[in-house]
Design a protein around this ligand. Structure first.
Ligand code: 4BW
Length: 147
């Protein structure tokens, strides 16, 4: 194994803990919230997708502006009334990628290929924050610049 290989494996085995954006700083919506409320949260935060949590801070999925606009599509284009009475859980995407705080960077890197952010939960299944593609790429960049 070369020094380069050893440095690369030290990157992949690194823990993700210090890269996590803590839950308190993550825009989110809750189960039971209306789609109108979710659209407000997304618009105000500027993010295109945010996690869906329950009252006990457990992750149930994610919701995006695109998903909400799709649910408003009708014969007349966007039909705002289609939001009436509909909740976040009616259209959210449930297969959101999850990781544990102690998982390795390798798994985060792999999952971030297809996911702009990953939800992190602790051993009790409570949401502790997200890992963004931005922070993952920044770490890879710093690593190779230093090599
Ligand atoms: O409001 C923003 N502030 C900053 N600093 N960067 C932003 C902002 N909005 C978008 N960006 C940039 C980031 O580089 O555009 C990228 C794509 O945003 P997105 O997906 O489509 O809204 C951002 O890339 P990222 O930091 O790697 O974040 C990836 C995705 O993670 C975002 C969003 O869905 C989610 N996200 C990031 N920070 C979040 C968040 N969701 C909720 N709360 C946060 N604090």
């Amino acid at each position: 194994m070369t020094i380069m290989d050893m440095q690369d494996s030290s990157l992949l085995e690194q823990q993700i803990k210090e890269l996590i954006i803590p839950a308190g700083k993550v825009a989110n919506v809750q189960l039971g919230n209306s789609l109108e409320h979710a659209l407000l949260v997304l618009t105000r935060s500027g993010y295109s997708a945010v996690p869906v949590l329950d009252l006990h801070d457990r992750i149930h999925g994610l919701i995006s502006t695109n998903m909400i606009f799709n649910s408003m599509l009708g014969l007349q284009g966007l039909e705002y009334e289609k939001l009436d009475g509909r909740k976040v859980e009616d259209i959210m995407y449930e297969k959101v990628p999850r990781m544990k705080e102690n998982d390795s960077f390798q798994r985060a890197l792999e999952l971030s290929i297809n996911n702009p952010f990953l939800c992190i939960e602790n051993e009790e299944g409570v949401f502790v924050g997200i890992l963004t593609r931005r922070s993952i790429l920044a770490l890879v960049y710093r690593h190779f610049r230093n090599v």
